[in-house]
Design a protein around this ligand. Structure first.
Ligand SMILES: Cc1cc2nc3c(=O)[nH]c(=O)nc-3n(C[C@H](O)[C@H](O)[C@H](O)COP(=O)(O)O)c2cc1C
Length: 410
C-alpha cells in the first residue's frame, strides 16, 4: 500500500514532457544536471537556450544529456528544425521550466518581450511555468527584479525563490538557484496539480524538528528529533500539489516550498498560529517541548558560583489544541514509550484532532532521529498500521489519510 502511495505521487508525470528554457547565468552548469534528472524521470526534456546561455554551455552538452537537439536562436533563424520553432516547442511540452532564469529573461517574461526563441516560446506556451531565478544578491533584491517576480507569480508562474548562500560572484546573499532536485520536485508537483487531487492548491502547514528551550544565552533543553518525518510529510504534500509551509527547527536544504526556521515552542506556536490562519491542514510532526525553563538567564550560568543547579520548568502552550478552528484539518503525532495505542487513541479523542499518528519510541531502529519509522494512523474511519519502513513511505501513508479525510469532508 505504502510503496504504491509513494509512486502514486509521481504517476502524473508518465509520458509527459518538459521544456527547459536556459538563460545566461553562471548557474547554467546546474541546468545540465536538471536536464539529466528530467531525462532519468522519463520526462523527455527539450532545451531552449538563449544566445547568452550558449556562451556558458554549448548546446552539444544539453543535447547529449537530453538525447535530443537543442533549440536556440541559430536554429530558429535557419529554420532547419521547423519554421515556427517557438510555436512547435510550446505546443509539444506539458510544463515549462526556466532555469537558470536571469534578471534579464525574467524582465522580458514579465513585460511580454519576445526577442529570442526562449522568450517567444514562453509567450506561446499555455501550460504551467516554473522559474528558478539566479543572480547576484543586489540584482536579485533590486526592486525591478522583485516587481518582475511578483508580476510573474500573480500570473500563476511558480517562482522558486533564490536561496541564500555563497554566490558564484564571490559574494554571499540571496539569489542562488534552487537545486536541480528542488526544481524536479516543482515539476512533479505541477503535474500533480493538473491531476487535481484533494491537496491541489490547499495550504498545508507542517512542523518539524525538536524545539529548543533556552536555559541561558548558550544552553537549551532540547530533544533528539531530526525533523526528517516532518520534512518527508512536507515533501509529499508538496508533490501532491499543496502550497506547503514547513515550520522547523532544522531548516531544510533544497526545499521548493516556504520554510520558516523557529527555535522554541513559543516561536513555533506564534508561527503556526499565523501560518494556519488561512490553512486547510496542519500536521504537527515536530517534537515540541512540554516544559520550558520558567526564566532564562541573559548571560551564561557559571559553575564556580554554585554546587548544584535547580531549574524550574513551566508548561508550554499546546500548539495543536490552540490551532483548532472549523475548516482546519489537524494531524497530531503521539510518540509513546511502549506499544501504547490506547493512550494515542485517548489523545486523539482528548485533542479532537482529525488524525493522530502513533509511534513507539522504544521500538528499535525507528522514530525520533532514525531514517525509518513504524506508525499507526488513527482516524475517524479506522486505523492504518504502517510496518517499519522509510519515513518517506510513512509520509505517503499519512498524506493518503489526509487526502481521504479531505475527500470525506468535501
Ligand atoms: C560571467 C557572467 C555571469 C553572469 N551571471 C548572471 C547570473 O547569474 N544571473 C543573471 O541574471 N545575469 C547574469 N549575467 C548577465 C547575463 O548574462 C546578461 O544579463 C545577459 O544579457 C542575459 O541574457 P539572457 O537573459 O537572454 O540569457 C552574467 C554575465 C556574465 C558575463
Amino acid at each position: 500500500m505504502n510503496g504504491d502511495a509513494a509512486q502514486g505521487a509521481q504517476a502524473p508525470t508518465a509520458g509527459r514532457s518538459v521544456l527547459v528554457g536556459v538563460s545566461g547565468g553562471i548557474a547554467v552548469y546546474k541546468a545540465v544536471e536538471l536536464v539529466r534528472l528530467l531525462a532519468k524521470e522519463g520526462l523527455a526534456p527539450r532545451v531552449v537556450e538563449t544566445p547568452a546561455a550558449r556562451r556558458f554551455v554549448m548546446p552539444l552538452t544539453f543535447a547529449a544529456v537530453a538525447q535530443t537537439a537543442v533549440l536556440d536562436d541559430e536554429t530558429a533563424w535557419q529554420g532547419d528544425r521547423g519554421w515556427f520553432q517557438h510555436i512547435e516547442a510550446a505546443r509539444s511540452a506539458d510544463v515549462m521550466v526556466v532555469a537558470p532564469a536571469t534578471a534579464n529573461t525574467l524582465a522580458k517574461m514579465a513585460a511580454g518581450v519576445a526577442d529570442n526563441l526562449l522568450t517567444a516560446t514562453y509567450l506561446a506556451f499555455r501550460g504551467p511555468v516554473i522559474v528558478a531565478p539566479t543572480m547576484n544578491w543586489a540584482m536579485y533584491e533590486h526592486p525591478a527584479t522583485q516587481d518582475n517576480l511578483r508580476t510573474l507569480a500573480a500570473r500563476g508562474v511558480e517562482v522558486l525563490p533564490g536561496e541564500r548562500g555563497d554566490l558564484a560572484c564571490g559574494e554571499e546573499g540571496s539569489g542562488r538557484m534552487a537545486s536541480p532536485e528542488a526544481i524536479l520536485m516543482a515539476v512533479r508537483r505541477a503535474f500533480a496539480r493538473e491531476a487535481r487531487g484533494p491537496l491541489a492548491g490547499r495550504r498545508v502547514v507542517v512542523t518539524a524538528g525538536g524545539t529548543r528551550e533556552a536555559v541561558d544565552a548558550v544552553r537549551f533543553i532540547g530533544n533528539r528529533s531530526s525533523g526528517k518525518m516532518g520534512r518527508a510529510v512536507a515533501d509529499e504534500a508538496y508533490l501532491r500539489g499543496a502550497d506547503v509551509v514547513l515550520v522547523t527547527t532544522v531548516p531544510a536544504e533544497a526545499a521548493p516550498y516556504e520554510v520558516v526556521a523557529v527555535e522554541s515552542a513559543a516561536d513555533m506556536a506564534a508561527t503556526v498560529n499565523a501560518a494556519t490562519a488561512s490553512a486547510d491542514v496542519l500536521v504537527m510532526a515536530a517534537a515540541v517541548a512540554d516544559f520550558r525553563p520558567r526564566s532564562t538567564l541573559a548571560g551564561k550560568i557559571g559553575r564556580d558560583e554554585r554546587e548544584s543547579l535547580t531549574l524550574e520548568l513551566e508548561r508550554t502552550v499546546d500548539i495543536l489544541a490552540a490551532a483548532a478552528r472549523p475548516g482546519l484539518l489537524r494531524v497530531g503525532f503521539a510518540a509513546e514509550a511502549g506499544p501504547r495505542l490506547d493512550r494515542a487513541r485517548a489523545k486523539r479523542a482528548a485533542k479532537g484532532v482529525d488524525l493522530l499518528v502513533f509511534n513507539d519510541i522504544l521500538a528499535a531502529g525507528v522514530g525520533i532521529g532514525a531514517d525509518d519509522n513504524e506508525i499507526t494512523i488513527i482516524g475517524a474511519d479506522g486505523e492504518t498500521h504502517v510496518p517499519r519502513t522509510s519515513k518517506r513511505t510513512c509520509a505517503a501513508a499519512i498524506v493518503d489519510a489526509i487526502e481521504r479525510a479531505l475527500r470525506g469532508s468535501a
